[in-house]
Design a binder for this molecule. Sequence first.
Ligand SMILES: [Mg+2]
Length: 378
Amino acid sequence: MEIRHVEAVPLRRELDERFANAQKWIDSREYCLVRIETADGAVGWGECWGPIAGTRELIDDRIAAVLRGRDAERVESVHGDLVHDLRSAYHSTIPAGAVSGVDLALWDLRGNAAGASAATLLGGRRRDAVPAYATGHFWPPADEFETVRESVVSEAESHVDAGFGALKMKIGMQRHFGWGPEYDVELVRAVREAVGDDVALMADANHAYDLPAARRVADGLADLDVEFFEEPLPPDRIDAYARLAEDSDVSIAGGECWAFAPEFRRVANAGAVDVLQPDVTSAGGLTSSRRAAEIADAAGLATYPHVFGSAVALAASLQLLATLPGSPRLEFDRTPNPIREELAVDPIRNEGTEVPVPDGPGLGIEIDPETLAEFRVD
Ligand SMILES: [Mg+2]
């Protein structure tokens, strides 16, 4: 399984309507996929977090040369050497998205070669389908709070109608609209009243607050029986996370901005979160996400992987979720996104409250070459 060819495959699609979270307006979805081919013609696909710019050049101009001739079966060894090479080349900064994309492609290749799913290679499935929560509830352009409230409530009702028993919504409207934390709690209250007490509700602030504001919001969310409060604070404020988690009656979640085992160990040891959320496209692939999940389990924390990617990221996340202890949930992005919906020959869909884990080898999906060509932008 000698690696012969490594290439970045950039995909982009403009959205018909833009939407916002606490940090940014999103008007397109773009992904840098990684395609690795071995000398015997086997192919694996991975996906890197973040904009195409930078990652594409890193994969094509540096990583491809480092990987050529290596044995694709030796995933942990390649992962370790790549981290070492990039840390040295980039002065202690490791481009985590690029490592992740390569790592996912190697797991896909290794599974394809063995005729086994990545979940099997990771130790085997604990479940064949994963309970999902509908993620979305981003904000439309608006001048009035009522416009946002009506949009978010109507979206929440549509997910419950589609069979979902758990929802995650966005809070932290101050940056875009000037509406403070009391409006955020009001938005959650409106959704709670609309969907009732039997639907599990989570809230994601995309690190919108400082500690005093986060405390006020946490009190409001606890009163509304919110299951977890995600990214209340900027990801580098670990001490403040720990103080909030200690004081709050709502569980604190975070992890989509953290990468590699030492960082996950640091936040677990600090008591920063109750729920750890590594993203397979940015935490260091399946290799590092599995390590993060082991650190979480050993510390008594839950792992709910963060997912906001294409069909590749979704498939890889399901492979990891199939193996995790406890009762993890899949983050199932419900925003309009043709690259997520159409890239796999058999799209990944929910069946009521659950999403089945794909049965095929590797990451379990087959990339549709026509769709790939349609979204490719180089
Ligand atoms: Mg989030």
